[in-house]
Design a protein around this ligand. Structure first.
Ligand code: PLP
Ligand code: COI
Length: 355
């Protein structure tokens, strides 16, 4: 059933668009003119409004701050050369949004309301969407608990908001990654599959240590033995080993069910390229890196897009992979994905939601 969403719109009287330097768009630091807000109270979502981007007043006792009842999503909108604006697969994010909500004891938002609210904001700020190659509008929906109450109980009230940022590439270079063997991002039975704020907070110290050691990203491993590959800090991880696309399966619920991951798998299936979603041991990846059977490795994520891995470090050894420009699979994925997202080629799966 499609409900039509009523949104009160208050436009800014001071657009910042003309003063924004579109040649310099650090990720997530420049916000468009407007944002969307809504409240959950008395068992329903209400007060959907688009207002000028700015600060919001909150009680210092909200349980999101104290107990982490908070999660988010990441989506991108693209501008085609004829001015058409599309949002990439927001229906998938709507489903994941509600999976995160359920795991954190938070209320669901009807999927069509989620998509309509995002489309309304993107439409109003459509002039902010960059059209340069590899540029897009990053969309950040989020939900957090707003009860000013220090008991450890699910909040009765929540805020939903959507922020948007014009962005360029999240990673500007080929990634030097390290396989993490000490810290754990998520354990079986935990909430690794949710896009919970706490998953990111807990990953910051290991991530910072890796950066201090000269790495760009971690590859997380399982919490029990640190012998099986999970995902990266901000993307799923995918490999081409022995001519097959392999990526960790979602079965254990420790990793995010990435929209980009799903998209890459769908493209591989379209091409008849063999795909395996399964447990992947660190040992087989290292053996493949040594023998040359590992011909591709990349992060797959909304912000990250397709981010090539240049080297993998394990037990103090660094294993270098081939030059990303020569990699057949990820180059084809990038080319095909860009063609669809920027409206240059057919969209046979109906992934573009046209605004
Ligand atoms: N894994 C983590 C931890 C992430 O933060 C992201 C980014 O959203 C992904 C995977 C990739 O998910 P998606 O392709 O839906 O952006
Ligand atoms: C995304 O790709 O949307 C992410 O969530 C990654 C990061 C910016 C947290």
């Amino acid at each position: 059933m499609t409900e039509t969403l009523d949104i009160k719109i208050t436009k800014t009287s001071h657009s910042r668009l003309a003063q924004t330097d579109f040649n310099n768009l650090p990720f997530g630091k420049i916000f468009t003119d407007h944002m969307l807000l809504a409240d959950y109270a008395d068992g329903e979502w209400k007060n959907f409004e688009i207002v000028p981007y700015g600060e919001i007043g909150l009680s210092p006792a909200i349980s999101a701050l104290h107990y982490g009842q908070a999660f988010f999503e990441g989506i991108k909108a693209y501008k085609h050369s004829d001015g058409t604006v599309s949002i990439f697969r927001p229906d998938k994010n709507a489903i994941r949004f509600n999976k995160s909500a359920e795991r954190l004891c938070m209320p669901a938002l009807p999927e069509d309301i989620f998509v309509q609210s995002i489309a309304a904001l993107v439409d109003l700020d459509r002039d902010w969407i960059p059209s340069a190659p590899n540029h897009s509008l990053y969309i950040r929906p989020a939900m957090f608990a707003t009860d000013p109450f220090l008991g450890v109980n699910p909040s009765a009230t929540y805020k939903y908001m959507v922020l948007t940022c014009p962005v360029g590439p999240y990673f500007s270079k080929t990634l030097r990654v390290k396989i993490e063997e000490k810290y754990t991002r998520a354990a079986e039975g935990g909430f690794g599959y949710a896009k919970a704020a706490g998953n990111y907070g807990g990953a910051m110290l290991p991530g910072k240590k890796a950066v201090e050691e000269g790495f760009d990203q971690l590859i997380w491993t399982d919490g029990k033995e640190h012998q099986y590959i999970e995902e990266m800090g901000a993307a799923n991880v995918m490999f081409v080993l022995d001519g097959k696309l392999i990526t960790p399966s979602l079965d254990l619920q420790t990793i995010l069910d990435g929209v980009t991951r799903d998209t890459v798998i769908a493209l591989a299936n379209d091409w008849g390229f063999p795909v395996e979603q399964r447990r992947i041991s660190v040992a087989e990846i290292i053996a493949g890196a040594k023998s040359g059977a590992l011909t591709d490795a990349f992060g797959a994520g909304t912000a990250a897009t397709i981010a090539p891995v240049g080297s993998i470090s394990y037990h103090g050894e660094e294993y270098f992979l081939s030059d990303p420009k020569t990699r057949e699979f990820s180059q084809k994925v990038l080319h095909t994905l860009d063609g669809i997202r920027y409206g240059r080629s057919e969209d046979p799966h109906g992934w573009n939601y046209i605004v």
